[in-house]
Design a binder for this molecule. Structure first.
Ligand code: NDP
Length: 434
């Protein structure tokens, strides 16, 4: 029997993720007798463990603060629990359940042995000193370390958790647990991190897009006008790879503003502003005065051939989708997790715009995290080119598998259907076998 999704009305993000999944499953899956006899549809939506804890930390003035911390271990049928940690004021159980649920299927698509998890805190690193962020990370890990480990659960970064935070948390993990296993990925290189992990999600979504453009339209990113939302880890390395492949990224944004420059946005300048100085995107105009500074949401009104939503969930709604379609977009590739609302996604599919769900096209990050675990276990360090080459192979494989599934289901332009049916069957069969 299918689950009653109304009971998740107080967890709207999680409810949306479930609706997206169940509305896209083929009749043959929904009526599968073995799945129904084993109650798979109800079992698959229940997390294995939900840990919540109070994280107490002290600011630079000696005042103590408390934030909520979480780790959701959703499903480990495909391998160790794996998924990022997010530090952002919006973090709550609903958002983390949605992300952890998505992660189960994303990780299956990579073909690497990883289950689904997610965690984080409502702590806001913005405006905090390095010392405050590091003290928070140590306090967070003091609560989390008993629940993770290389054969159990291996977290990574996500929004608000980059190299600085992973370094602090990994060092704290070693101190509290007395172990030095690969309990976190996305580590700095000197602590056992993998080359190309920083670039992996942004590069991966770009490789995916290039192959999709080739398959559907016999074209590529070369010469295309591109819009990339966000300016964090995923967006920056998407900008870099699109530019390397001959596309021109004319607009990007952060939570305050969008910038538009018809000559194309220059990677090193933007990286210096956002990744190194942790500044605001509008500062780009100080270096390139011909840049137009707009409201953040205006980004979707800018004419482009290809769009990469790479900022956050539900940033692109039905109205934004209409603007993109009216302006002649041919492909929309999600670098973020569920950045398009269900209505926007439906509109793209209906209009035969190539549209890829994040669980497929942003899987490059977790894939290279999987490769980081493998390198750590074997005591090896692979070259940048080696990891990049493997990443390209994984992204190509993901595209081929979900494209073939969509085509076999008679809905060639529906990569949501392709990804969800392919991955759901894979996970459900493993649950049955277990
Ligand atoms: P970062 O924290 O590095 O960057 C997030 C970016 O999005 C920032 O530029 C931020 O702006 C911007 N942003 C946040 N909210 C909004 C908004 N409402 N409108 C416009 N811009 C906004 O995160 P990541 O790049 O790591 O992650 C981005 C997305 O990709 C998330 O959905 C994440 O879950 C997903 N993802 C990340 C992976 C990774 O490897 N990092 C892997 C797979 C998915 P500001 O600077 O103002 O905060």
């Amino acid at each position: 029997m299918l689950p009653d999704l109304n009971r998740f009305s107080n967890e709207p993000e999680f409810q949306k993720a479930l609706k997206e999944m169940f509305s896209s499953l083929d009749k043959s899956v929904l009526s599968n007798k073995v799945y129904n006899d084993n109650d798979i549809f109800n079992k698959i939506i229940e997390p294995d463990h939900v840990y919540t804890f109070d994280v107490k930390w002290v600011d630079d003035h000696g005042n103590e603060h408390v934030n909520k911390g979480y780790r959701i271990q959703f499903n480990n049928v495909n391998g160790v629990y794996k998924g990022g940690l997010r530090f952002h004021p919006s973090v709550n159980i609903s958002i983390l359940k949605f992300l952890a649920f998505e992660q189960i299927f994303k990780n299956y698509l990579t073909t690497l042995p990883m289950g689904g998890a997610k965690g984080g805190s409502d702590f806001d690193p913005k405006g905090k000193s390095d010392a405050e962020v590091i003290r928070f990370c140590q306090a967070f890990m003091k609560c989390l370390y008993p629940h993770i480990g290389v054969d159990l659960d291996v977290p990574a970064g996500d929004i608000g958790v980059g190299a600085r935070e992973i370094r602090a948390m990994y060092l704290a993990y070693k101190e509290y647990s007395g172990k030095s296993d690969c309990s976190l990925t996305g580590k700095p290189i000197d602590l056992g991190g993998s080359l190309c992990r920083t670039e992996a999600t942004g590069f991966g979504v770009t490789y995916f897009a290039n192959q999709a453009l080739q398959t559907y339209k016999n074209t590529s990113l070369k010469g295309k006008t591109v819009v990339v939302s966000g300016s964090g880890n995923v967006a920056l390395y998407c900008l870099k790879k699109v530019t390397e492949l001959g596309g021109k990224v004319v607009a990007m944004n952060d939570s305050s503003n969008a910038i538009y420059n018809p000559d194309g946005i220059e990677f090193n300048t933007l990286r210096e502003i956002k990744e190194v100085k942790r500044g605001r995107i509008k500062e780009y105009k100080d270096v390139y005065p011909n840049t137009e500074v707009l409201n953040s949401k205006d980004i979707w009104g800018i004419k482009c051939d290809v769009a990469f939503p790479c900022a956050t969930q539900f940033e692109l709604d039905e109205n934004d989708a209409k603007k993109l379609i009216n302006n002649g977009v041919i492909g929309v590739f999600e670098g973020a997790n569920m950045p398009c609302t269900l209505e926007a996604a439906e509109l793209f599919i209906k209009n035969k715009i190539i549209y890829s769900p994040g669980k497929a096209s942003n899987a490059g990050g977790v894939a290279v995290s999987g490769l980081e675990i493998e390198q750590n276990k074997k005591g090896e360090k692979w070259s940048f080119d080696d990891v990049d080459h493997r990443l390209q192979g994984i992204m190509s494989n993901i595209f081929n598998n979900i494209y073939k599934t969509a085509k076999d289901l008679g809905d060639e332009y529906n990569l949501v259907k392709g990804a969800n049916n392919y991955a759901f069957i894979g996970i459900a069969d493993k649950m049955i076998n277990r």
